[in-house]
Design a protein around this ligand. Structure first.
Ligand code: FNR
Length: 350
């Protein structure tokens, strides 16, 4: 087993059982209140949540964000969750394809087309690995798994906490410019739990990026994951920075204002319920994204476990639509909402 693969399985163990969601962190979605409509004048069947993404039509505005690949166990996670996404009309992302860039024999653990022939599928690679791979290398990763697009992930907080992590974050915008030229709307840029703010979002959109996933603070903390693996200085500083980031609600609301309506915006990072999905959609996201809860449900109960967890989320989402009197995401976005607490301060400052 090489280092990348061993680290991957250590990460999966920590995410399955460890305290990787610091309790002091919040998405700030508790400060968003959707407004009850006592007379919705619609049936539950009238709710239509279909949403375009990556040239396909999703049945639900939900992305299973990239998590894993590279080991046998990781391959099973990918296949199970891709199958669930295929069955229910969600989008699905594999985790970092670095392992298969380093060793082609690992490609099979990222292959999900056999179980998910029509799912809207995203490949995944780190921004700074993309700098090394170049445009052709990144395109090959996407094509090798038959993906509809590829996510470039940002994780400076994680890298700094990882003893063997990157220390040089130059050249990102340059590779983004080149990748936009080659891949156009098939490119997505995402964070991994510390959030993308309006300034970075605006620069990315100016370069032509048309899909963003804010992946804000409030759920899985990759600084915390690395803190749990680290010792000494790295562990101490990791503890300090596992609360670092832009809360998901603040990131979604301010990025949407900054980039206008031509950008497909994914709201992820700590989304755990259907009502929270509805709240990020109301704040301006086109889709919500989720990683940890579906991973844990899959680890506990396989495909069926993940489907049971998903049913609770989708039912809650439908209820939120009916109880606000909204037939679609577009209608939900036009409904009133109350924003309070410290979220108001974030929205005013960014
Ligand atoms: C992740 N995440 C992630 N992101 C990415 O772009 N590439 C990756 O390889 C991984 N790997 C990974 C593994 C596991 C087990 C988890 C739980 C997460 C980050 C993920 O896509 C997401 O941005 C964050 O986890 C925040 O969402 P949740 O988990 O709070 O819903």
């Amino acid at each position: 087993e090489d280092i990348t693969a061993r680290r991957k399985d250590a990460h999966l163990d920590l995410c399955a059982k460890g305290e990787v969601e610091p309790v002091e962190n919040s998405t700030l979605l508790e400060h968003v209140h959707l407004v009850h409509c006592a007379m919705p004048e619609m049936a539950v069947e009238d709710v239509d949540l279909s949403t375009p993404f990556l040239g396909k039509q999703l049945r639900y505005p939900l992305l299973v964000t990239g998590m894993t690949g590279g080991t046998e166990r990781a391959g099973a996670v990918n296949r199970d969750l891709a199958l669930v996404a295929e069955r229910h009309g969600l989008a699905f992302g594999v985790g970092s394809q670095r392992a298969m860039a380093e060793d082609a024999a690992r490609a099979v653990t990222f292959q999900v087309r056999q179980v998910a022939p029509t799912v809207a599928l995203l490949g995944n690679i780190g921004m700074y690995q993309a700098v090394g791979l170049g445009v052709d290398g990144v395109r090959r990763l996407m094509d090798a798994i038959g993906a509809d697009g590829i996510a470039l992930h940002l994780n400076a907080g994680q890298e700094l906490t990882q003893p063997e992590g990157d220390r040089d974050f130059r050249g990102g915008y340059e590779i983004v410019r080149a990748l936009v030229g080659a891949l156009g709307e098939r490119l997505l840029v995402k964070e991994t739990g510390c959030g993308i703010g309006p300034e970075v979002a605006r620069r990315l959109v100016e370069l032509g990026v048309r899909n963003l996933d804010v992946s804000g603070l409030g759920g899985t903390s990759w600084v915390r994951v690395e803190q749990l693996r680290a010792s000494g200085v790295q562990a101490k500083v990791g503890a300090e920075f596992s609360t670092w980031g832009i809360p998901t609600a603040a990131a979604v609301a301010t990025v949407r204002t900054a980039v206008g309506s031509q950008v497909r915006l994914v709201g992820s990072g700590g989304i755990r319920t259907g009502l929270e999905v509805a709240k990020v959609l109301a704040l301006g996201a086109d889709l919500a994204g989720m990683a940890l809860p579906l991973f844990r449900a899959q680890q506990e109960g396989g495909v069926e476990g993940a489907e049971r967890a998903l049913e609770v989320i989708l039912t809650g989402l439908r209820h939120a639509l009916v109880l606000t009197g909204s037939r679609s995401c577009a209608e939900l976005r036009r409904r009133p909402r109350v924003v309070g607490g410290v979220l108001k301060d974030w929205m005013a400052a960014l």
